[in-house]
Design a protein around this ligand. Sequence first.
Ligand code: NAD
Ligand code: UGA
Length: 475
Amino acid sequence: QLTTMVKICCIGAGYVGGPTMAVIALKCPSINVAVVDISVPRITAWNSETLPIYEPGLDEVVKKCRGKNLFFSNEVEKNVAEADIVFVSVNTPTKTSGLGAGKAADLTYWESAARMIADVSKSSKIVVEKSTVPVKTAEAIEKILTHNNKGIEFQILSNPEFLAEGTAITDLFNPDRVLIGGREETPGGLKAIQTLKDVYAHWVPEERILCTNLWSAELSKLAANAFLAQRISSVNSMSALCEATGANVSQVSYAVGKDSRIGPKFLNASVGFGGSCFQKDILNLVYICECNGLPEVANYWKQVIKINDYQKVRFVNRLVTSMFNTISGKKIAILGFSFKKDTGDTRETPAIDVCRGLLSDRAQLIIYDPKVPKAQMMKDLSTPKFEWDQPGSTVPVAEDSITKNVTVVHSAYEATKDSHAICILTEWDEFKSLDYQKIYDNMPKPAYVFDGRNVVDVTKLRQIGFIVYSIGKPL
Ligand code: NAD
Ligand code: UGA
């Protein structure tokens, strides 16, 4: 029965579910794809002219397929019941209370999705873990799926997603690899793996589709994110040493990356990595290591997060000390708030920690980001952080201080006018080509630039008259 696959349903219409399913629908015109979510506003947005997420190229893909073989719906149960393959792409945040709080993955959404699948299914299904989950989750999911033993066959596969935000569509069109983990030891498992492989084979070359056992697939996702984040923490740790010694971190990264064993990518020093996954997935990895009696391994990976927190605190401290140890009442322009360019996503963006650090020193912030709405920034800055997720100052920033001391504006020129300092926190392309002479002329002196993303030409800005601090560059 599983071989006559025609219908896919994806539970969770988020950053992963939406773009992934849109690309499957585009590349596989013979497959019917339904993306379902419990959130009514999300589904409404997917069905509107303004999609709920910004991703270059996404609008075009959705427009080509929506209403033909791609559907967005809040009718979760009906679509799941009708599907042959059910992807589960719900969020898996860090647990905020109870056992493993601050580290373990919260599988509440996942479990409720699995129970629902078990309850509404009347035919055999392949259930695909698309969300990033702890290794061994498939075992628990299998138990939940078969708990009411209706004689239906469920095959579980792990098919983690490696797309990065801002490049989701090109990553999906041309993935380095697609990973499919399943029960290789059983005929049913092998058949399920083949069925999913056939979907991707519509556009992904065969040799890039890797098939493994379930646990390897689950762990490879956590490992890949940990390795990527580790590269950033490694180069960021070097950036501190560069500043202390007069080396230039861009030159160091270039020289190091020229070694073909190391490679040039992902070696840009920054104010710290952000995004919804790196920190969450490493914390989860750390927790799994601890649970498996491997404290040394856990501590090794914990260090990647510690350096990331250190880098954000170091940036704030550098700013405050450079400005005569007081920024109280001073206007500071914040250029960029999203966690990286070409996305409006602010989850775990380093801008949150940096802004909160500056606010706790009573600065006045004028923030500009081309894609992040004001309401989102205000929400991010005023949402209390948990104890384990609060680098630097543990003094909470009072809500009224945020509304009083934060202004959000619509251009970089507006933000920088009359500001004592400029902080670049996201590498948006437009920040490279600003008229810095004009900006300088509109600022009180001394005028400072603190570049957290190595965006500006330091020499040029110094010639204009700015005092420039750029991560990992000679002072
Ligand atoms: P998201 O929060 O954008 O989307 C998740 C969606 O699931 C939400 O819209 C939510 O309403 C919905 N949902 C939750 N429970 C549900 C239920 N029971 N029934 C129906 N819908 C439900 O999350 P995301 O960024 O798409 O991430 C999803 C998973 O993919 C996470 O595990 C994440 O680690 C992983 N991942 C994310 C990225 C990324 O770039 N964001 C990349 C690779 C992997
Ligand atoms: C990351 C991974 O790159 C994806 O492969 C993975 O699927 C995804 O996490 C996930 O599991 O969610 P993403 O978080 O969207 O993707 O973005 P990245 O491009 O990896 O950037 C993450 C953060 O690291 C950003 O804040 C970025 O500015 C920072 N970064 C990246 C650096 O500071 N230096 C670099 O050299 C590269």
